[in-house]
Design a protein around this ligand. Structure first.
Ligand SMILES: NC(=O)c1ccc[n+]([C@@H]2O[C@H](COP(=O)([O-])OP(=O)(O)OC[C@H]3O[C@@H](n4cnc5c(N)ncnc54)[C@H](OP(=O)(O)O)[C@@H]3O)[C@@H](O)[C@H]2O)c1
Length: 126
């Protein structure tokens, strides 16, 4: 299938789970995918697994400076985006009474603020 030939898709949080699975599917259908993650080692492993139709950018979705830098890099390298999967996120799996303010803020920053600003910054490229 070549539904995504010549299409470029950004997948935040593409080093494991649903992001990586989606990246595999899009590559199989002809896309170039840009995947993100927080560490170079996990990102490099994912890009190697995905093959030459993938590239990676280290970017913490909870860090607005990193989100800005990510979209700048995508603009410089590709000029546009055909799709965005704002998937990067995490969870704190602790008993309710043990969750700290820091845990709470970390979850909100990655899962809510990160998704909001990833979409806002990527929109001009889409
Ligand atoms: N699985 C579920 O049942 C479920 C339910 C509800 C919502 N979700 C959400 O769906 C998304 C994918 O879930 P999954 O189960 O596939 O999770 P996963 O396997 O843990 O993958 C999460 C991905 O997000 C990346 N990531 C996490 N925090 C990040 C951050 N601050 N900045 C950039 N990348 C970050 C991870 O990369 P690195 O670790 O390499 O940085 C990884 O690639 C997540 O946002 C998750 O919260 C999942």
């Amino acid at each position: 299938m070549n539904r995504f030939t010549d299409k470029t898709v950004l997948i935040t949080g593409g080093t494991s789970g649903m992001g990586l699975a989606t990246a595999h599917r899009l590559v199989a259908e002809g896309a170039h995918v840009i995947v993100t993650g927080r560490t170079r080692a996990r990102l490099d492993a994912a890009v190697e697994e995905l093959g030459p139709s993938a590239s990676g950018v280290v970017a913490d979705a909870a860090d607005l400076g990193a989100v800005d830098a990510l979209t700048e890099t995508v603009r410089d390298r590709h000029g546009r985006l055909d799709g965005l999967f704002a998937n990067a996120g995490t969870g704190t799996f602790l008993p309710f009474e043990n969750i700290t303010e820091q845990d709470f803020d970390h979850g909100i920053d990655a899962n809510f603020k990160g998704v909001f600003f990833t979409v806002q910054k990527a929109l001009p490229l889409l």
